[in-house]
Design a protein around this ligand. Structure first.
Ligand code: 4AD
Ligand code: MG
Length: 462
């Protein structure tokens, strides 16, 4: 008999029919006459109740049916008399695929803390919570492709191994095949990278943007969606060493077009998740964050506030609030500042623009005031910065001047500069941190809980 997924049982409710279900046992309980198993197969947050009549099955047969074991049951789907579910399967046959020794299985009990589950990252997808998070993550990934594909953007795959540092932050993971215990040296004692695999120093990318700009100035509108790597030693609930980023880049787009795209984009993703992951979102709301659905709908139905960095600084300075990091024009905003603007002052998502040039990357379009650039950060409740982007400096001479001023090695940049030498156009783009979006949509508070296998300082076990 063909297996039916539990999600389809709930969708189609084929009452009276014999069904074949396979999954992992969440719990087993009951008495001398009847045993109830809650079965989950990962297709939905909901468990299917299986009823074993002990006239037809004996305790010996059911002994292997413990929390975590994998089973196959054929039986008839009937209406349930019990509370908590509308139907159940009356088991006719049982096959045990794999046992899970109760003395050993780490997820034996319910209600483990998220911290405990991080230590069991290899098994946590089997919990209801992580099942919900991972299904939402998958749906959001699909929504992202759908949004861009339906608007004529092309998906561009940019390299993960690169010789240039896009953000200029200098926190990259080096990629090398040189023997670390016996490095080849040049005559003056430096590492001889001409002997390395690519004949030069390389690293894992921090952003696909620079190559994205090559795509956008050819195809018009592209987006990337791939992993990025940052070797900052920042142990916060919002930073990963390996995270996924979506980076659209569009020709003939100015900063205002860019802001509108960013707003439409995140709203589309949130709306798509609400429409397609309702069960999972409601499960997470019930267990972790009572205001989750309300917050998602609020963002969906309200316009983002747009203001300049300079105006933002004024508001922070006049707030009467004592921040851990003092505020003055020129400082990079900390999470506490971003969240004050979003959660307390405006109570809406905020797009801040025109940041001081000295705290932003070299490629941003320079404003005429000589001290700000056409940057835009989208700030979200509970998250802080969820998107960073800008209009790009399209003028060759101005870009060159900035590169020289910042001391960026030109030999790494020649190919990028060719976009400004040949058919340069106004263009803009941004990067959305995928995990920050998943954090927002799931209501989770630690970024380690929204990626299947988190990479953070001192943590690459699973
Ligand atoms: O602001 P960032 O550094 O911008 C860029 O990388 C640009 N090249 C993007 C562009 O214009 N194409 O990063 C973009 C976003 C941030 O707003 C944040 O959401 C996320 O990426 N992000 C991280 N997410 C998780 N862990 C980290 N360590 C992150 N660093 C940035
Ligand atoms: Mg940023």
């Amino acid at each position: 008999m063909k297996r039916i997924k539990i999600v389809d049982i709930f969708r189609e409710a084929p009452l009276g029919q014999t069904v074949s279900v396979m999954g992992w046992v969440r719990t087993r309980r009951g008495n001398k006459n009847v045993q109830f198993v809650a079965l989950n197969d990962g297709s939905t947050v909901r468990n299917l109740q299986i009823v074993f009549d002990l006239n037809e099955f004996n305790e010996e047969q059911l002994k292997a049916v413990t929390t975590g074991s994998a089973i196959h049951v054929d039986g008839v789907l009937v209406e349930s008399m019990g509370k908590g579910q509308s139907f159940e399967v009356q088991a006719k046959s049982l096959e045990v695929f794999g046992t899970a020794d109760p003395a050993e299985y780490p997820l034996q009990k319910k209600g483990h803390t998220l911290e405990f589950l991080r230590e069991k990252a290899h098994l946590r997808p089997r919990t209801a919570t992580f099942g919900a998070i991972l299904r939402i993550r998958s749906t959001l990934a699909f929504a992202i492709h759908k949004f861009f594909q339906e608007r004529g953007f092309f998906y561009l795959n940019t390299p993960l191994i690169t010789a240039s540092d896009c953000e200029g932050a200098g926190a990259m993971f080096q990629v090398t095949t040189l023997p670390l215990d016996k490095l080849p040296l040049t005559e003056d004692g430096a590492v001889d990278y001409s002997k390395d695999f690519f004949g030069k120093p390389t690293a894992l990318t921090v952003s696909g943007q620079l190559e994205g700009e090559l795509g956008a100035t050819a195809l018009g509108a592209i987006y990337t969606f791939g992993p990025t790597f940052r070797a900052e030693n920042s142990n916060t609930p919002r930073h990963l060493s390996e995270f996924w980023m979506i980076e659209p880049e569009v020709s003939f787009f100015d900063i205002t077009d860019n802001m509108q795209l960013a707003e439409d984009f995140v709203k589309f993703c949130i709306g798509y998740a609400l429409d397609n992951c309702r069960d999972d979102i409601e499960f997470l709301a019930e267990h972790f964050d009572k205001e989750l659905v309300e917050r998602l709908e609020f963002v969906l139905h309200n316009e983002f506030v747009r203001l300049s960095y300079t105006e933002g600084i004024e508001i922070l300075r006049n707030s009467g609030r004592k921040f851990e990091f003092p505020v003055e024009w020129g400082v990079d905003l900390q999470s506490e500042h971003e969240r004050y603007l979003v959660e307390e002052h405006f109570r809406k998502p905020v797009i801040l623009t025109d940041y001081p040039r000295d705290i932003k990357a070299f490629y941003m379009k320079q404003n005429d005031d000589g001290r700000t650039v056409r940057a835009m950060d989208v700030l979200f409740p509970k998250i802080g910065e969820i998107i960073g982007g800008s209009e790009r400096e399209a003028d060759y001479d101005k870009l060159m001047a900035r590169i020289e001023e910042m001391g960026i090695p030109m030999k790494d940049m020649w190919w990028y500069l060719d976009t400004r030498r040949f058919g340069t156009v106004p263009h803009s783009g941004f990067g959305l941190g995928f995990e920050r979006l998943v954090l927002f949509v799931t209501g989770m508070t630690n970024i380690r809980d929204v990626i299947p296998f988190p990479r953070t300082p001192n943590n690459a076990e699973f």
